[in-house]
Structure formats: structure tokens, C-alpha cells
Design a protein. Structure first.
Length: 348
């Protein structure tokens, strides 16, 4: 197996769509700004006590990112809703002082649509982040925020996932009236272009031979950790599991060794020290460690950009997308059409 080097030729739809993330960010920054201000003002006026997310797959990973983002920046508890509570059990909820936050690329999965409607019926003020305009999920919301990612045809979500993160960052920034984060988001389109150009393919080349690996992060980086593990599964057919750095120090550590690599995402916030301590422990066990963020002896360092800590995971996952698509090709897989999967998952 030989990994393709970076070039102007983008061999798959996954490559081409991921490369459009910078243009997507520019579109969001331009077209959604007025809407973000309105959403921020409405949320401050309501003064909610809880946020409940409603999503599956990559969109649920965006919800995990939103959980740490909203909890750390606004001090609100964020719960990951279970769509089957509404779509299967039909159980009533009480959400009079809550925000319902639905996230979906298609906005058409029946369980997500039903859960979105149930949150509103339960008294929540509902937001829907949706890529496809006019989708049923938008009808369940008080305010629909378009992801503005454009058409995405590869089964592996890339730019729509990044668009979800960017929209969540903007909503949080306007809600909190955080001028520092707003300034960081204004710089993000150019940084996404730079992140796409970073070469993660070469240092991650040995992972093309892996059959099992862990992907580890913590805090606001956990959402992209989950997303990266999913991408290894669906595009490369590599068994990858995501863990918080805190959880990895418990039972999962027993599996690790020289033949079991770990990819770690580490943004420069209050989680850095604990992640660094885990990296040191893994290096002492001769575990191959690939580290995005920070530099530590005994690891393979992945190139990253300086940015606001809340923005760094967005840039890291953009660099990762190019590398994982290259790894898939080197393993003889088509990342656009993984076996047994389709673009819209119609769970009930």
C-alpha cells in the first residue's frame, strides 16, 4: 500500500467536498450573521436552564462539540437526547425551560424529525441546524439555521459536519456576546484553507496497516474525536474507537501496546495537562502515539495551526479528513461509497 501525496488532484468526492469547507465558512460568515445575532438575542431573552441535543451520526458528534462549547462558555447543562424516547416509546417530556437543538445534514430521518417535534410539543424553544433547505426537520423548529454547506453526495460527511461546528460556534459567540470568539470565527475561512494544506497523510501513513486503533481527546475536542473514529470505520473499514482521555485511563488502557496505535487530538485549553499526562503514560507502554496539538517526546507530531482553543478542533478535523480519505484509497476502499451505507439514514 502506498499513500497518495498531497496534490491539486482530488481523487474522490470526499476530498473535493471536504476541500470546500473554507468556502462554506465564508458563506456562513456572510449569509448567517444577521440570523446569528437574532438567535443570540432570543436565547438571552429566554434565559434557558437546559439545552437538549437531537442528532445521530456525524451530527451527533457535532452535538458533543456543542455540549462542551455551550457548557464551558455559558455555564448551561447540555444533555444528549435519545430520539427513540419520542419516536419509539412515545414518552412525553417536560422541557418548558429548555432549548431543543436539532442537527441534521438531510433533515429527513424520521426519528430525528419526530424527536424535534416532540421537544417543541414539550415546551422547548427549538433550533434546527439543517443543510437541506425545506426539510421536514425545519418545520419542527422555532428558528431554522441553514448549514450552507451546499450539496454533499459522498456518504462520508465532511463539509456539512464542519458547517455544523461553525454554526454552533457562531450561535454560542453571539449568545454570549463573545467578541474574542467572534474575531476568531472571522479568521476561520482562511485558516481552514491552511489546515487543508497541512500534510497529515505522510505522518499517519502507518495507520493504513492498522486494524484496530483508539482516537482520544477531551473537552471541546471530544466531538471531533468521535467523528475521526467514525471516519476510520466507514471509509477505511478500520476498527477505531473514540474515548475521552479521562476514560482511556480506565479499562481501555488494557488493550494498548506496540501493535495498537492511538491518535490524539489536544487543543490548547484546560484539558491539555491531563491529555499530556496520558500521552506520557502511553509512551512508556511503547504505544504508537500520533499527536495533534502540542509536542511531546515519543510521539509522531501532526502539524496544527495556532487558533482560539474552541476553533482548533475544527481545523484539526479538516486536516484529518484529507488524510483519512487518502488512507482509505491506499487500503483499496472507496470513501464515497462505503459498503452497506447510504447518505440518508432513515432510522425510526
Amino acid at each position: 500500500m502506498e499513500l497518495s501525496k498531497q496534490s491539486d488532484a482530488l481523487p474522490t468526492r470526499m476530498h473535493r467536498e471536504a476541500a470546500e469547507s473554507a468556502a462554506t465558512a465564508r458563506r456562513i460568515n456572510s449569509e448567517n450573521r444577521t440570523l446569528f445575532r437574532e438567535v443570540g438575542a432570543r436565547l438571552r431573552e429566554r434565559d434557558p436552564k437546559l439545552v437538549m441535543t437531537n442528532a445521530r451520526g456525524s451530527s451527533d458528534h457535532a452535538g458533543v462539540f456543542g455540549k462542551y462549547l455551550i457548557s464551558t462558555r455559558l455555564g448551561l447543562p447540555v444533555a444528549s437526547g435519545a430520539p427513540s424516547v419520542s419516536s419509539v416509546y412515545g414518552a412525553p417530556m417536560r422541557l418548558e425551560q429548555a432549548i431543543g437543538l436539532s442537527i441534521s445534514q438531510s433533515g429527513r430521518s424520521p426519528d430525528i424529525v419526530r424527536a424535534g417535534a416532540a421537544m417543541r410539543e414539550a415546551g422547548a424553544f427549538c433550533l434546527a441546524l439543517v443543510n437541506e433547505a425545506g426539510s421536514p426537520l425545519g418545520d419542527t423548529a422555532d428558528i431554522t439555521v441553514p448549514l450552507l454547506a451546499g450539496a454533499e453526495t459522498s456518504v462520508a460527511a465532511t463539509k456539512s459536519y464542519i458547517a455544523s461546528l461553525i454554526n454552533l460556534l457562531w450561535i454560542t459567540a453571539e449568545w454570549r456576546q463573545d467578541d474574542i470568539l467572534i474575531a476568531a470565527l472571522e479568521r476561520l475561512p482562511d485558516q481552514l484553507e491552511d489546515a487543508w494544506a497541512l500534510d497529515w497523510t505522510t505522518p499517519l501513513a502507518p495507520l493504513a496497516f492498522a486494524e484496530n486503533l483508539f482516537v482520544v481527546g477531551r473537552g471541546v475536542g471530544l466531538g471531533v474525536t468521535n467523528e475521526a473514529a467514525l471516519k476510520f470505520k466507514e471509509t477505511c473499514q478500520i476498527h477505531a474507537e473514540a474515548f475521552s482521555a479521562a476514560e482511556c485511563s480506565h479499562g481501555p488502557l488494557a488493550l494498548l501496546g506496540p501493535e495498537f496505535p492511538v491518535l490524539i487530538f489536544s487543543q490548547s485549553d484546560d484539558t491539555r495537562a491531563s491529555v499530556s499526562a496520558l500521552v506520557e503514560r502511553l509512551s512508556g507502554m511503547d504505544v504508537p502515539v500520533y499527536l495533534a496539538g502540542g509536542e511531546q517526546e515519543g510521539t509522531v507530531a501532526l502539524p496544527t495551526l495556532d487558533a482560539h482553543p474552541m476553533v482548533q478542533p475544527v481545523l484539526m478535523i479538516q486536516s484529518f479528513y484529507r488524510a483519512v480519505a487518502d488512507i482509505a484509497i491506499s487500503r483499496g476502499r472507496n470513501p464515497d461509497e462505503p459498503p452497506a451505507l447510504k447518505k440518508v439514514t432513515e432510522t425510526v
